[in-house]
Design a protein around this ligand. Structure first.
Ligand SMILES: Nc1ncnc2c1ncn2[C@@H]1O[C@H](COP(=O)(O)OP(=O)(O)OP(=O)(O)O)[C@@H](O)[C@H]1O
Length: 880
């Protein structure tokens, strides 16, 4: 570049001493086949000198937007020889040529001018955009190296692209005008042919916009002569151009009109010598410049993650809103805000468009600016992926983002609703606080009562709203309320989606919800978040986005580039650790819901906190799908029906019994409770063996029963419960049962000692046996079972059973009318409709899926989705 710049520097310096260059020019002309000419007219030289004086002699790194620079277009041919002809460009000066870019000399000159402007300007000081509908981009072919290195943009070759370029140029002009910066980037528009009248008028308007617009137009195929007509259209005069030097081509030579500020002639006739236009710059020069500027373009053009971060951590006040830098618009940093004008954001982008990356940019940017006292985050992700995993502690990295309150990864829709409900509760708390202080906005609260702003991000939110089910309906209601009231209460929503189709209907509430989302971010393929007429996102590359602050309306677009946070994993981790270390004392990690995690009872804090001596034993069965991941449990008190049935073919049923048994065991001192385990189906063997071993290790009485022993024990337990004498057939296990019952007989309300837990893995496998009637007592196993179910709890006897189907449970109960005899239900993979029928609940919304269950407590009307407890590596589903 040094060499190149000095080459052009020399040519430019020639302005001041044209004569000194005559010999060189002559030689050049001779070699170009132009015959030797006598000395040029001294008058011409004097005028040329005046042009030179009128123009500042540019040195490399000269900003071009404010001041024009002399740029060589060719050599004048006079009888005395040749001399370089330099014309003012930049600083509000333009050039038009009457022949279009299909003329090789014109295309070559345009390329030479592009190269010269690039060489003079500081790296990044010139942006070149070509319009080449005439030759479909071929005119820019030889500049390929510049294109490849990102120094110049790909030329627009279709009418739509030309319109888009003109839109962008006008935005550039307005922004430049407003920014009013001395180092303003110059936009060079190179048109190889005159576009249709509408666009031609827009180009012409740009030539009138003055230096402040920072645009330079190089326009080929423009009718010469002013005023002039478009060829063949006498009634359609070409619009007048402003501050433009005109070249008129005849054969290989051009006539040059007077430059606007420094005319050659006194009579307006232009330069009185034909000019041999410069040809293509040597390919080596193009390559060298491309290489030099390419590096600078990469440096200046890419946005680093570090550019997003503030100088000082946690220095921001969220009182009036939140604001963070998300990338760059042209060369300026670009910030987005959660405030009164843009309280919520809607983000669209096809998969792989950089949505996750953009969200990471935003979240880290915010977290670096605002302390956890100013900002809290709720992060929800409904897709398979790792979007928010880095904000929560893991085995490998104990750090977390201290602003994060709840993080859902591969969330269930139910979890999403739980988070939205939690946010609505927060809205209500805030509404009360505002009322108490007699203000209507968060920002008006007294300083000592300030509450943090909340940003809730929901990635792939359309999942929540898909389908016409109770979850979708509740979600729409909640989102609408949060969107409507969030502005005043400092609760901000970011909804991101690959597609907004399908949710547009939204029961006719789309406008009510999305109308509150003034700020739209369209990533590649995400034009759906913009107005239908706004196609600004049509050709975005990954790493860029259209930001629109007018709910997507055309005319309010800003194209930004944002850094690839995923490429800065180290920096992200460092920042997160820094923020984590700085967390306020006593900070708790966010509550985390990972859709794919196994819920282990051993990890449950309620479980680990269980001790013997409680008043009412708790049977823990899973983790509720709610914001805090509350333990899902049943109270095993003395009310009739306090028994647990896990139902479904899934072997998770056995896992649930294991968790229930282990948790109950923790609430009894050794010897205080008896566990009768009946593993009747092979699928339960592993869970049953593990349960037996764990209970025995804890010092509890454990008896294993086969089906026959189960039948016997049912008789024994039933008769004891019913106050009859024990008359079960004598088996070894019955003796054990009576040992259990011995103490159970003393169990009364408010006393958890002396319990017997009958844990049956695959209860339905005993159905045949239970159906048989005992010839001596005339009671069937089912009779005893039903007695036990009703009367056992009062005597400290509880059944924990896994049935592999609802019908089988109902049959054992003696019909669904007896369903309350087992009040605690864990429905695994049973169809929602069947479950609704069994429970007598007609609008039950339950879609069975692996590792999920519905907890139903008939006594306190609880119905909750849970992740049932299981061991790592368990079989998660089983279809019969
Ligand atoms: N600003 C950027 N600059 C360069 N590359 C980027 C940028 N943003 C994203 N990418 C690239 O695009 C890839 C996809 O990004 P990201 O994972 O954010 O997409 P996404 O829209 O979330 O996709 P999906 O919805 O499928 O998860 C990333 O691996 C990253 O390398």
């Amino acid at each position: 570049m040094g060499r190149l710049a000095s080459t052009y520097g020399h040519a430019i310096a020639a302005h001041h001493a044209a004569r000194a260059h005559l010999d060189a020019a002559r030689a050049a002309l001779r070699s170009a086949g132009v015959p030797d000419t006598p000395d040029p007219d001294p008058e011409i030289i004097a005028r040329l000198a005046r042009v030179g004086d009128a123009l500042a002699t540019p040195v490399p790194n000269t900003p071009l937007a404010r001041q024009p620079v002399p740029v060589r277009v060719g050599a004048a041919v006079t009888t005395g020889g040749g001399f370089p002809v330099l014309l003012p460009l930049g600083g509000g000066h333009h050039l038009a040529i009457d022949a279009d870019g299909r003329e090789p000399a014109v295309a070559a000159l345009l390329r030479a001018l592009v190269l010269r402007l690039l060489a003079i300007a500081p790296p990044g000081g010139v942006r070149v955009v070509g319009l080449d509908t005439a030759a479909l981009g071929a005119a820019f072919g030889p500049l390929r190296p510049l294109l490849d290195t990102g120094v110049i943009d790909a030329p627009a070759t279709t009418e739509a692209e030309v319109v888009a370029v003109l839109d962008a140029a006008e935005r550039h002009a307005r922004a430049a005008h407003q920014a009013d910066r001395p180092d303003q980037e110059l936009l060079v528009l190179v048109a190889t042919a005159t576009p249709p009248p509408r666009e031609a008028a827009r180009l012409a308007a740009l030539t009138h916009a003055g230096p402040a617009a920072a645009v330079c137009v190089l326009l080929a195929g423009w009718p010469s002569g002013e005023p002039a007509s478009r060829p063949g259209a006498a009634t359609d005069p070409a619009p007048r151009l402003g501050a433009t030097t005109m070249l008129r081509l005849t054969n290989r030579h051009a006539h040059v009109s007077d430059p606007p500020t420094a005319p050659f002639s006194t009579d307006g006739s232009g330069l009185a010598a034909p000019v041999l236009l410069d040809g293509d710059p040597p390919p080596a020069s193009v390559a060298a410049l491309a290489q030099h500027l390419g590096q600078a373009a990469r440096r200046g053009g890419t946005v680093d993650f570090a550019d997003l971060l503030p100088g000082k951590r946690w220095a921001g006040s969220a009182r009036a809103g939140l604001r963070t830098v998300v990338g760059r618009a042209e060369r300026d940093t670009f910030a987005m805000a959660f405030d009164d004008a843009t309280p919520h954001w809607l983000i669209g982008g096809r998969t792989g468009a950089g949505k996750t990356v953009f969200l990471l940019d935003v979240l880290y940017g915010l977290a670096a600016r605002y302390s956890p006292a100013e900002l809290q985050l709720y992060l929800l992700d409904f897709k398979e992926g790792v979007s928010f995993t880095e904000f929560v502690p893991t085995g490998r990295d104990p750090s977390w983002l201290p602003h994060a309150r709840a993080v859902g990864i591969e969330s269930d829709r139910e979890y999403g609703v739980a988070v939205l409900r939690e946010l609505r509760r927060e809205l209500n708390r805030r509404a009360t606080a505002l009322k108490r202080h007699g203000v209507t906005k968060l920002a008006d609260l007294p300083a000592d009562t300030a509450v943090p702003r909340i940003v809730a991000v929901i990635d792939e939110f359309q999942v929540l709203l898909a389908g016409n089910d109770p979850i979708a309906r509740e979600s729409v209601n909640l989102l609408e309320e949060l969107a409507r009231k969030g502005r005043s209460y400092g609760v901000h929503l970011v909804l991101a989606s690959q597609s907004t189709t399908g949710i547009e209907a939204l029961y006719g509430r789309a406008e009510a919800v999305f109308g509150q989302f003034a700020l739209r971010v369209a990533l590649p393929g995400g034009g759906g978040v913009l107005d239908q007429l706004n196609d600004a996102a049509a050709t975005l590359p990954v790493g860029s986005a259209v930001v629109n602050t007018a709910a997507g309306a055309s005319g309010a677009n800003t194209v930004i580039r944002f850094p690839d946070a995923s490429a800065s994993a180290g920096e992200l981790a460092r920042l997160r650790h820094e923020l984590w270390q700085a967390r306020p004392a006593g900070s708790r990690p966010p509550s985390v819901f990972r859709g794919y995690d196994t819920a282990r009872v051993e990890d449950d804090s309620t479980f680990t906190g269980l001790r013997p001596g409680g008043r009412r034993p708790l049977a823990l069965v899973g983790r509720t799908v709610d914001v805090d991941g509350t333990s899902a449990l049943f109270i095993m008190d003395t009310a009739p029906g306090r028994h647990l049935a896990a139902v479904g073919t899934s072997a998770v049923g056995a896992e649930v019994l294991r968790a229930a048994a282990l948790s109950l065991a923790r609430q009894h001192a050794p010897g205080e409770a008896a566990f009768l385990l009946a593993p009747l189906v092979a699928a339960a063997d592993s869970a049953a063996d593990d349960t037996a071993a764990a209970l025995a290790a804890a010092g509890h009485l454990v008896e294993r029963l086969d089906a026959v022993a189960l039948r016997a024990n049912l008789g024994l337990l039933a008769s004891t419960s019913a106050g009859r004498a024990a008359s079960a057939p004598g088996t070894g296990s019955a003796g054990m049962g009576s040992a259990g019952m011995g103490s159970a007989g003393t169990a009364g309300d408010g006393d958890s000692s002396g319990r017997t837990y009958l844990v049956v893995f695959g209860m339905d496998a005993a159905a045949g046996l239970l159906a048989e009637t005992d010839p001596t007592t005339f009671r069937s196993g089912h009779d005893d079972l039903r007695t036990l179910l009703r009367q056992g709890p009062g005597h400290g006897v509880h059944l924990l059973g896994w049935w592999r189907g609802l019908r089988r449970l109902a049959d054992d109960l003696g019909g669904t009318q007896n369903r309350d005899d087992v009040a605690c239900l864990i429905a695994l993979n049973v169809p929602g409709a069947d479950l609704g029928l069994h429970l007598g609940v007609h609008d039950l919304a339950y879609t069975p899926r692996a590792d999920r269950a519905l907890l139903v407590d008939r006594h306190d009307q609880r119905v909750k989705l849970i992740v049932p407890f299981a061991r790592d590596g368990h079989t998660s589903d089983g279809q019969e």
